[in-house]
Design a protein around this ligand. Structure first.
Ligand code: C2E
Ligand code: CA
Ligand code: CA
Ligand code: CA
Length: 279
């Protein structure tokens, strides 16, 4: 076993080296790209399935590298988390999102809520809740319009400390959303122990919904469980009318996906809000 391990080790270090190089380049690039204005947000509509109206938006970061290449978010978010750049990147996204929301509020009077993805490293910053509260105040946005999307890991890591931070955020009136629900180390206990307002059903359960009785059972159960707990659900990745029909029959509250709209640039959202689109 030792010998095999040795051979694998040689191959492994080579790959690790390449990855480390790649990460180093990317993290330096992230810093420069932020200063050069290469990051921006796109927004994806979230639809209330009963009325089929636009009720929310999810802000998603985009990085257009100077070469013109769109760096995939999964890639640069992971690097930003590993290299400690996520704090600055997250702050940029939050400020941009609140400024856009402020404009849409002035435009329509009744803006949709805005969901912003938050990394574990941001939640762990000791003054996260306070700083966010100041930003909301400055942007004149009522806290309930801001939904903070966190993944299940955040509920598990630094259990006591993160719970305290989430309770603070909830106390101020922001909404805590569990993203990618059902894929991680799901524990139903945290639905009870954390101040969660919304559960986002992972795209993985929605993808095959029309053909997979297991996915139907899981999705139906999540919808009814969260309903009984007084939470809302958002189903992600709705692409086909069959998926939508099933989710509506499960009384899933909200949905998001290419069937309604891809993530789009801010001016497109503005046009949708002015036209009060529905689907
Ligand atoms: P996520 O939070 O689960 O975001 C949903 C992803 O699903 C987005 O990918 C969105 O474009 C994609 N999507 C939406 N509807 C559909 C659909 O109908 N079909 C399919 N196939 N995909 C759909 P995106 O924009 O590439 O983002 C990937 C991930 O990057 C996000 O997953 C999130 O984890 C992360 N991310 C993006 N922006 C931010 C950010 O500002 N901060 C943090 N921390 N993470 C971010
Ligand atoms: Ca999300
Ligand atoms: Ca998700
Ligand atoms: Ca299956």
């Amino acid at each position: 076993a030792k010998q095999a391990g040795r051979n694998q080790f040689a191959v492994f270090t080579r790959e690790m080296f390449d990855q480390a190089q790649h990460r180093l380049t990317l993290s330096r690039d992230i810093r420069q790209a932020l200063d050069a204005g290469q990051f921006h947000l796109v927004y994806q509509p979230i639809v209330e399935l009963e009325s089929m109206k636009l009720v929310g938006l999810e802000a998603l970061l985009r990085w257009k590298h100077e070469s013109g290449y769109m760096v995939p978010p999964q890639e640069f978010i992971r690097v930003a988390e590993e290299t400690g750049m996520i704090g600055r990147l997250g702050e940029f996204a939050m400020r941009q999102a609140l400024s856009d929301l402020g404009r849409w509020k002035a435009l329509t009077g009744r803006p949709p809520w805005l969901a912003v993805n938050i990394s574990g490293a941001q939640i762990r910053e000791s003054d996260f809740a306070e700083r966010l509260s100041v930003m909301l105040h400055e942007a004149r946005i009522e806290p309930s319009l801001l939904h903070l999307e966190i993944t299940e890991e955040v509920l598990i890591e630094n259990l006591m400390r993160n719970r305290r931070t989430l309770q603070k955020l909830d106390g101020i009136g922001m909404r805590i959303v569990v993203d990618d629900f059902g894929v991680g180390y799901s524990s139903l206990a945290y639905l009870k122990n954390f101040p969660i307002s919304v559960v986002k059903i992972d795209r993985g359960f929605v993808q095959d919904l029309a053909n997979d009785p297991e996915d139907q059972a899981i999705t139906r159960t999540i919808c009814s469980l969260t309903r009984d707990l007084g939470m809302a659900t958002v189903a992600e990745g709705i692409e086909h009318p069959e998926q939508l029909a099933l989710l509506r029959s499960f009384q899933c509250i909200h949905g998001q996906g290419y069937l309604f709209s891809r993530p789009v640039e801010a001016p497109r959202i503005e046009a949708m809000l002015m036209e009060s689109v529905d689907w």
